[in-house]
Design a protein around this ligand. Structure first.
Ligand SMILES: CC(C)(COP(=O)(O)OP(=O)(O)OC[C@H]1O[C@@H](n2cnc3c(N)ncnc32)[C@H](O)[C@@H]1OP(=O)(O)O)[C@@H](O)C(=O)NCCC(=O)NCCS
Length: 158
């Protein structure tokens, strides 16, 4: 009988060598993507940034900024062909665990009301809505609000 080995899933700290792969994903999953400079600035600032690799292939990434006792999820993305396979959930779980380990009491994020995939993921994890930032995002027809969501880190296991 032959055994089929599942490819290894790794969560690794993001570094400059990941940026070509990241930029290709970023440009394909967002109408208004981050620039390479946004990522290099995040790395220089020491934000907690991670990539998920499956059998070596970069399938997604997450960037978290610590602000005193709060953490902010700045970016979470999964390559289009790898979506709906649980990698977004893995990245979000990792971000919650890292934020808790770094001493944050809660994790905040902004999301477009039109981004149903992301909203479903956040709801799935128990994020709750705490506010709206008016005209926060650029949009094809002007500006779009941001919903502000929060997740307490008290119940996230380390
Ligand atoms: C949001 C995003 C990261 C989700 O990644 P993903 O790998 O597809 O998510 P998962 O496969 O882990 O899904 C986790 C859960 O989220 C929900 N979900 C994810 N995508 C969904 C979709 N398109 N429609 C409905 N539910 C969805 C489901 O509840 C799913 O749970 P299930 O598998 O039990 O049904 C991904 O869609 C993405 O990269 N989008 C573009 C970038 C983006 O918008 N990022 C968020 C900015 S705020």
């Amino acid at each position: 009988m032959s055994a089929v080995l599942a490819p290894q899933v790794e969560m690794l700290p993001m570094n400059a060598g990941d940026l070509d792969e990241i930029m290709a994903i970023e440009a394909s999953v967002y109408p208004f993507p981050w620039t390479r400079g946004n990522f290099t600035d995040s790395l220089s600032a020491g934000y907690s940034a991670w990539v998920c690799r499956v059998g070596g292939e970069l399938v997604g990434y997450v960037v978290v900024m610590m602000a005193v006792d709060e953490a902010h999820l700045l970016n979470i993305s999964v390559a289009g062909k790898r979506q709906h396979m649980g990698f977004g959930a893995r990245l979000l779980r990792h971000a919650l665990q890292v934020a808790r380990r770094l001493g944050a009491g809660r994790l905040l994020l902004e999301v477009r009301p039109s981004n149903t995939a992301a909203l479903d993921l956040y709801k799935h994890f128990g994020f709750v809505r705490i506010g709206v930032r008016k005209a926060y995002y650029p949009a094809s027809d002007g500006r779009e609000d941001a919903l502000v969501l929060v997740h307490s880190l008290a119940e996230v296991s380390a």
